[in-house]
Ligand binder design. Structure first.
Ligand SMILES: [Zn+2]
Ligand SMILES: [Zn+2]
Length: 58
């Protein structure tokens, strides 16, 4: 039913449950969409921007 699937930028899992998921644009380049699942937010897993390679926990 979803028009687009979200994939966690940290663990690369598909978001079947969007509860607690954070979606935001890269704070460095503003071009890439960063997606973080609830689990990765809780463990503060690193994410990497696919556009500029920026990594960060927030
Ligand atoms: Zn994740
Ligand atoms: Zn970026």
């Amino acid at each position: 039913m979803d028009e687009k699937e979200l994939i966690c930028s940290s663990c690369s899992k598909r978001m079947t449950n969007k509860e607690g998921v954070a979606v935001f644009m890269c704070p460095n380049c503003g071009k890439a969409q960063i997606v973080r699942c609830k689990h990765c937010r809780e463990i503060a897993a690193m994410y990497t921007c696919q556009e500029c390679g920026f990594t960060g926990p927030n």
